[in-house]
Design a protein around this ligand. Sequence first.
Ligand code: 5GP
Ligand code: ZN
Length: 146
Amino acid sequence: MTEEEKNCIFCKIVRGEIPSYTVYEDDVVKAFLDISQNTPGHTLVVPKKHVKDIFAYDDDLAAAVFSRLPKIARAIKKSDPRIVGMNILNNNGKVAYQSVFHSHIHLVPRYSAADQFSIHFTDNSANYDEAKYKQVQQAIVEHLED
Ligand code: 5GP
Ligand code: ZN
């Protein structure tokens, strides 16, 4: 393990050293609730392999990671009938609002044009306790297809 991987917050989540509300996991990706919950159900999909940003993917990793998105997106959508759309965002570089330098894809469910979504993610974690995160997590997990 490199020093970078040892200290990386998302590598720590992948290794289970930091807890997360996991909604999906396989050999390639881990998907878990973003702590900020920009909107309820906001999920991050991260490659288990430490890659910094989109510029560091090879074709095979990109195909593998991005192929997981529709299944996870559908489970999020089905988790709440109020969800009518989704923004899928991937920030690369500080200038593009990347703050964690282990590549990740944001799945942000949309409830209406007037929901709290913002491209400058607001941190709503103060409105969440463990029970509320678990409720959101469980609703998504229940709607994963086989
Ligand atoms: P970025 O700004 O790099 O596109 O997104 C990083 C995201 O990681 C932010 O939305 C932030 O809320 C989320 N985040 C940072 N630290 C943690 C953490 O320890 N656990 C979880 N679940 N999310 C985190
Ligand atoms: Zn990492």
